[in-house]
Each structure stands twice: as structure tokens, then as C-alpha cells.
Design a binder for this molecule. Structure first.
Ligand code: M6R
Length: 605
């Protein structure tokens, strides 16, 4: 969790760091801070909450360059793991003469802290990070050599981390280390000298430099404005030039913009991957499915819901057994991993710690691995045997929307692709499905009328003692996703449930204050789900039905259009659930894009 940035050069460092942190704010926004070399002094600024609070504090700083025409700085935006969100716990953490920002977790910090306390070091925060500066100073006090002290320090750290450290003794250097958490470094040559930029992802670097290195685990080094050295050989890449930074484009929230964007981005997801006759994935071996007896999918959160959806499609189409696991559970269950299993991880960010670890386990066990991911050059794409990019573009809303629709469409295409390789579907069937796929973008269009209906309905669903989202087949994971969206941004209790399972317990909760959001597609078990909803209605639950077919028992009814295929109904209903959650959140006055307690990318266990 968290995002870090760093800079060495002759520009206004505080401005560069603040702008960089704004690009990373989605990774965490409990507090933020920077340490900058101002003339010859290192100044530290910290603020609780969002980056704009830090920006206000820093606004008077003119960032005077030192005698070598240079400035230097490091910054951090935090999502609390150890210690509450307070200024003392905010980064940069400082000792007597050194400053550190850190993304990740130091798992052995307690042992290190005991050792350092015994050696006379004084701690002021409750964080794991503070041990890093004290450890550095412990070694520096012995050797009086910053490089040696840094090397000794990083050898002692367990866990996942990326670190930037500066010190008063050599104030024009940034020491860095990457292990587990991401770090990218870019360099740029200007008339006034070289500049080096550091960040947790390439977003803050774009527009500042052309060359970038995405550090591999275990690589450390030191940077000055004229030299950049690494502990091992690195490979330089070219930074993307198109700065697709998500501006809100007139929408109220990034989430709203991203919901409306879905019909365009799924078109990108399909681009070059479908012809009239076949599905094409140049990224994967044509025979990847050969000899495979099982498909295992692993993911977290919304990506997990896309995974469950895919499991129905994979098994139905390929006739290969498919199961789905929550990555955080999978890691510790001592899973049986057989080489004839195809292991697929799904992740918007490509950085989710649990999913990443699951992928590493599968890779180590010799399984064929594929990642379905939105971020190229992310940790997962660098590890998996094959990457299928979802091409959703940068997703800024913490609540995933377009990540889910693009994942689902890509996974559906993969299911068809594997099924064809496996000869479990006929060419004629594939061609028909391809025609259906072409209609997905229009199913994801947000009609004004529908948005208005959700806006009006939202006022009736602000209270009560909970929501059940129910569905069957692929509409069950869609119900899970609808409930997750509502929970995340409205803070109302909601559960997704298989509709047929309600009678096995949860129906006991039914009363007028229990809101049931019923997904009732025409082309997937309509009669079955209708009976399940009737059972709930008979017990007085308030029913909001979403269906193309009139349903007289509904207290509220959102009519979807008549689609020809259940997956088209799936996408249309997805939009309804997303818009409804957003409108409920708006009425409750919540921060739609940055809901409390959450972060966009969960890079800790
Ligand atoms: O980047 P990932 O897809 O791996 O992230 C997984 C979850 O953390 C993520 O989907 C989370 O549940 C979202 N906030 C859902 O909206």
C-alpha cells in the first residue's frame, strides 16, 4: 500500500513531489509527507488526509536550490498498516539525520525495534517503517559510511518494501531499494543538468522523462544528479508518452466517468482479438490448453468476482473443470498444485500482494500461468508466462467498474478461445458468440433514462437493515459485485447471495426493512429466480427487481432492454448496479472516488 516519489534535479522539487503524489493518491490517502533539501537544510512537511492538505502546508516553500544548483526530495502518500493515520505516523520518518519513505511492510520490525531500543534509539511513531532510519543510523554510527550503512540496513529487513532514503551527511544522494513493492526510476537530461525521478508506478514519471527502469526485486542503488548506480544490471525501457491521465471530463466523479467509459474500453479490449470467424490471442500459445485437466483462477475483490463469472463460462464452454480461489485464502491452504492445471490470476493493478504471491506459488510449482491485467509492466505481468491486457485505461475510482467489465469480456473471449482449441465448441457456435460479443459495448451504454431512474430510486434505499443482492448462474457473481460496490461507497451493509440459497437460512431476515435487489435475466433460469424472489416477497422483503420482463411483485422495478443473450443482460445489469450504488453514495454525502478505509491497490497482505 502507499505510494512513494523522489526527485533529484534543479526544478521546484516540492511541486514535482506533490504532483507525483497526486498521481499516486489512489494507492492510499490517510496522510502524506515530503522531505526536501531546501538550500542546505532538509525540511519535512506532513499533513493528515489528502494530498491537497499537504500542498497547502508546502505552498510557502520556494525550494531554494543549493550551491550546486540542485534540490532533492522524497515523498509519500499513506494507507495505514501499522499505527493510526496521524502526523507522527506519516512518512517521511526521520531519525537524527536521515529520512525515509517506504511502501510495503517490514515484517520483522518488532524484533528490530527491540534491538534498536536496547541500543538507545528513540522511536516516536507506531510504524514498522521507523526501524529503517534507526537501523541506518545504527550502522552509520559504526562506519561513518552512508552506502555501507544502507547496505547493512537492507540486509536486515524482511517483508515487502520499496524504500527511498536521504541523509544529511550526503544530502545530494537518494539511496533506494526494491523488494516486493513496485518502484520505477526515470532519468532526464536538461540543459541545466540531469534529473532523476522515482515513483511507485510510472504515472508520475510520464511527461518528465523518456527512459525508465522498472526495478526488479532485490535491486538497490544510489542516485545523484549525475550518476545512478544499481546493485545489479538493469534494463531501461521507454516510458509511455501518451499521458492518459484521467481527468473527469465533465463527470462528477472518476467512478462516474469510468462507468460511462465502459462501452468504449471494452471495444479496446476486443480490438484485434476477434474476427468474424475466430478469437485471436497472440499473447498466448495456441496450444496452451493442450494437456490441461483443470483451470484454476485466483484473485481478490472485484477481480475475484470476474473470476467466478469466468468459472461458469470456462467450464461450460471448454468442458475443463474450473475452480476459483480467493488469493489470500489460497496462499495458506497448502494447495495441491498439479502441472496439468492452467493457473490464471486476475488483477486490475497487477500489484495486489495476495494475488502476486499466489502467482509466484503457481509459477514455482511449474504450472502454466496467465495474468489478466490492466497494468502493463506491473509485478504480475513480469512474472506470469503470458499476459492478457484488459486495456481499460487508468482506473482512478477506488471502486472498480471498467476493470470488471473489461476483465469479464476478456475472460469470456478466453473461454471461447480455449473451447475452440479444445474442440468443445463448433465453429458455427463460435461465430454466433462473436456476433454477441460485438454487442457488448452497446449493452454497457448508460442511457439517460436509466441513470435518472437510479437517481430517483436511490432515495428509497438509504436506510433499512441491509441489502441482499441475489442472482443465479453468472448473475450470482454479478450480485456479489453489486453488493461490494454498494458496501464500498455507501457504507451500507449488503450481501451477494445465490438466489436459490436464500431459503437455506438468510430468508429468516426477510421483512420490509430488508432490501432485495433481484437480478432476473430473461435468458438465464428466469423461472427459477422468479420463484426465489416470490418467496422473499411473500415474507415481506422490499423487492427491487432488475429485469426485461415485467414482474408484478416488485416494489421497485428497473426495466432492462430485451437482449438476445444472457451475457448481454449481464453487462446491462452491471451498469444498473454501478449507477445505483453511486447514486446512493451521493445521497449519503460520501466521497465516491475515495471511500473511507480503502486504497486502490492493496500491496500488503
Ligand atoms: O488490482 P486488483 O484487481 O488485484 O485489486 C483487487 C481488489 O483489491 C479490488 O478489486 C477491490 O476489491 C476494489 N476496491 C473493488 O472495487
Amino acid at each position: 500500500m502507499c505510494g512513494i516519489v523522489g526527485y533529484i534535479g534543479c526544478k521546484n522539487t516540492s511541486e514535482i513531489l506533490i504532483n507525483g503524489l497526486k498521481e499516486l493518491e489512489y494507492r492510499g490517502y490517510d496522510s502524506a509527507g515530503i522531505a526536501i533539501l531546501d538550500n542546505d537544510k532538509i525540511e519535512v512537511y506532513k499533513a493528515l488526509g489528502k494530498i491537497k492538505n499537504l500542498e497547502e502546508k508546502v505552498s510557502h516553500n520556494e525550494c531554494v536550490l543549493n550551491k550546486d544548483n540542485l534540490s532533492i526530495g522524497i515523498g509519500h502518500t499513506r494507507w495505514a498498516t501499522h499505527g493510526k493515520p496521524t502526523e507522527l505516523n506519516a512518512h517521511p520518518h526521520l531519525g537524527e539525520y536521515s529520512y525515509v519513505v517506504h511502501n510495503g511492510i517490514i515484517e520483522n520490525y518488532k524484533e528490530l525495534k527491540v534491538e534498536l531500543l536496547e541500543a538507545g534509539h528513540k522511536f516516536v511513531s507506531q510504524t514498522d517503517t521507523e526501524v529503517i532510519v534507526h537501523l541506518f543510523e545504527f550502522y552509520f554510527n559504526q562506519s561513518n559510511d552512508a552506502q555501507d550503512a544502507f547496505n547493512q540496513t537492507i540486509k536486515r529487513l524482511d517483508g515487502a518494501y520499496s524504500i527511498l532514503l536521504i541523509t544529511k551527511s550526503e544530502p545530494t544522494k537518494i539511496f533506494f531499494m526494491k523488494h516486493g513493492s513496485p518502484m520505477a526510476i526515470a532519468k532526464n537530461t536538461t540543459e541545466d543538468g540531469d534529473e532523476i525521478y522515482f515513483a511507485s508506478s510510472d504515472a508520475p514519471l510520464i511527461g518528465h522523462a523518456k527512459d525508465v527502469v522498472y526495478l526488479e526485486d532485490g535491486v538497490s542503488g544510489v542516485a545523484t544528479n549525475s550518476s545512478l548506480s544499481f546493485s545489479e544490471e538493469v534494463s531501461w525501457d521507454t516510458l509511455p508518452t501518451s499521458k492518459q491521465y484521467a481527468q473527469k471530463d465533465g463527470y462528477r466523479f472518476f467512478m462516474e466517468k469510468e462507468i460511462y467509459e465502459q462501452s468504449d474500453v471494452v471495444t479496446d479490449s476486443m480490438l484485434g482479438r476477434i474476427s468474424d470467424e475466430e478469437i485471436i490471442f497472440d499473447e498466448i500459445d495456441a496450444n496452451i490448453i493442450e494437456g490441461i485437466n483443470e483451470i484454476k483462477i485466483c484473485a481478490c475483490g472485484t477481480s475475484y468476482h470476474a473470476g467466478i463469472t469466468a468459472s461458469y463460462l470456462f467450464e461450460r464452454l471448454t468442458k475443463v473443470r474450473c475452480n476459483v480461489e480467493i488469493a489470500s485464502e489460497f496462499r495458506y491452504k497448502e494447495p495441491l498444485l498439479k502441472k496439468d492445471t492452467l493457473f490464471i490470476v486476475i488483477s486490475q493493478s497487477g500489484e495486489t500482494a495476495d494475488t502476486l504471491e499466489a502467482l509466484k506459488m503457481a509459477k514455482k510449482a511449474g504450472l502454466k500461468t496467465v495474468v489478466v491485467c490492466n497494468v502493463d509492466n506491473s509485478s504480475m505481468t513480469r512474472i506470469a508466462d503470458a499476459t492478457i491486457l484488459t486495456r481499460a485505461g487508468i482506473e482512478k475510482g477506488v471502486a472498480s467498474t471498467k476493470a470488471f467489465s473489461t476483465q469479464t469480456v476478456v475472460l469470456w473471449m478466453m473461454a471461447l478461445y480455449f473451447a475452440k482449441q479444445n474442440n468443445s465448441i463448433e465453429s458455427e457456435f463460435l461465430q454466433k458468440e462473436i456476433q454477441v460479443l460485438r454487442e457488448v459495448p452497446s449493452s454497457l451504454t448508460v442511457e439517460d433514462k436509466l441513470h435518472e431512474k437510479c437517481r430517483r430510486l436511490s432515495k428509497r434505499y438509504l436506510h433499512g437493515h441491509g441489502f441482499f443482492f441475489i442472482g443465479r448462474d453468472v448473475f450470482y457473481p454479478l450480485a456479489l459485485e453489486g453488493a461490494l460496490k454498494l458496501k464500498e461507497i455507501s457504507y451500507l451493509h449488503a450481501e451477494g447471495y445465490p438466489a436459490g440459497e436464500m431459503k437455506h437460512g438468510p430468508i429468516a431476515l426477510a421483512d420490509p426493512e430488508l432490501f432485495t435487489i433481484a437480478l432476473m435475466p430473461e435468458h438465464s433460469h428466469y423461472d427459477k429466480i422468479k420463484s426465489n424472489v416470490e418467496e422473499l416477497s411473500a415474507r415481506d422483503s422490499t423487492i427491487c427487481a432488475i429485469s426485461p420482463l415485467d414482474f408484478e411483485l416488485a416494489d421497485d422495478f428497473i426495466k432492462t432492454s430485451n437482449k438476445s443473450h444472457y451475457m448481454l443482460e449481464f453487462f446491462e445489469m452491471l451498469v444498473v448496479l454501478q449507477v445505483l450504488s453511486m447514486e446512493i453514495s451521493v445521497r449519503l454525502g460520501n466521497d465516491v472516488d475515495m471511500p473511507r478505509n480503502l486504497a486502490k491497490s492493496v500491496t500488503v497482505e
